[in-house]
Design a protein around this ligand. Structure first.
Ligand code: ZN
Length: 321
């Protein structure tokens, strides 16, 4: 198994070999002059874009190929616009070796962008699978704004969608975003703000209908306090809270709302409003409600994303959604 290693840029500008596969017949050279000697077969199998460059090797003076000038046997050289650490990581998902991600979130987005640019569909999926296994996750609430901005810049729709959804759990007030001004452009912030507003609009409309005509919210006709639509008032309030703030869409929040209802009704001073019937709602009934509620919630945020955000993300080398 060949050993891939990432090396710092050589201050002297000399080429440094970071991969020397025993069956190499082509050299990939990074923009910071690191050389990766690899069998071209791996590249041909994975990238139609680089395949065209390699095929030009039949013409050593073709536009994409230069001849290595160091002392070792000459091989066709394909210059790449990515840095050595990105090429190293990209190759680790192509040739049989231990795959590794670049060290930062920004670099990981560059890696995805490179795989997308070279139309490496399977490699892109492998990288995404590898990223999905990271602990802590690469895309999480703490990194959501950064990832959205980077994904937007690189035209990575899947990551942009994932990050945008995570921002729904975060406040979007000017005070909260003040620390983000150095990483988020005004247009990206505006885009996210419109997205959040659109999600709330979709939720308000669809959940209003859900509460009036849906069967699932009527989980307990014997609740001591029902709305005019026969929905338990505490559940009606919870659904309304989600419509106003999607961050409340959480099964724990649902159960806390139910617990507050049951507990407050147990208050001896409020005995007349006791509602033990809500305490005995079956698990199956709750599961049915939550499944339907989740479907409506997911549909709303997807519709909002498609209608507001996705058309504004530049499509660069996009091959998958
Ligand atoms: Zn009740």
């Amino acid at each position: 198994m060949p050993n891939l290693r990432t090396v710092p840029a050589d201050a002297s500008g000399n080429l440094e070999r970071v991969l020397d596969h025993p069956h190499s017949d082509i050299i990939l050279r990074s923009c910071d002059f690191h050389e990766f000697r690899v069998p071209s077969l791996y590249i041909l199998d994975n990238s139609p874009v680089l395949t065209k460059s390699i095929q030009n090797s039949s013409n050593p003076f073709g536009p994409d190929i230069v001849v290595s000038t160091d002392a070792s046997p000459s091989l066709p050289v394909v210059p790449l616009s990515e840095s050595g650490d990105i090429v190293s990581s990209l190759l680790s998902f192509i040739i049989p070796t231990t795959p590794h991600l670049p060290p930062t979130t920004e670099k990981a987005m560059e890696l995805l962008s490179a795989a997308q640019k070279y139309e490496m569909t399977l490699v892109l999926n492998r990288i995404r699978d590898h990223i999905a296994q990271q602990d802590p996750p690469l895309v999480r609430e703490e990194t959501a704004f950064d990832v959205y901005s980077l994904a937007n810049r690189h035209g990575l729709r899947q990551e942009a969608r994932q990050a945008a959804r995570l921002t729904l759990k975060l406040p979007m007030s000017l005070e909260d975003l003040e620390s983000k001004f150095d990483i988020l452009s005004g247009s990206v912030l505006h885009q996210l703000w419109i997205y959040h507003r659109s999600v709330r609009d979709f939720l308000e409309e669809d959940l209003s209908t859900f509460r009036i005509v849906g069967v699932e919210p009527r989980i307990n006709f014997r609740c001591v306090k029902l709305t005019s639509s026969d929905v338990p008032a505490w559940l009606d309030d919870y659904i309304d809270s989600v419509a106003r703030n999607p961050a409340f869409f959480d099964l724990s929040e649902f159960h806390m709302a139910l617990a507050r209802h049951v507990t407050s009704c147990d208050d001896p001073d409020r005995r007349l409003r006791s509602c033990q019937t809500c305490a005995s709602i079956s698990r199956k009934t709750i599961d049915t409600f939550w499944t339907t509620f989740t479907n409506i919630f997911q549909q709303c945020i997807e519709e909002a994303y498609v209608s507001v955000v996705i058309v504004n993300i530049p499509i660069r080398y996009e091959i998958t959604l």
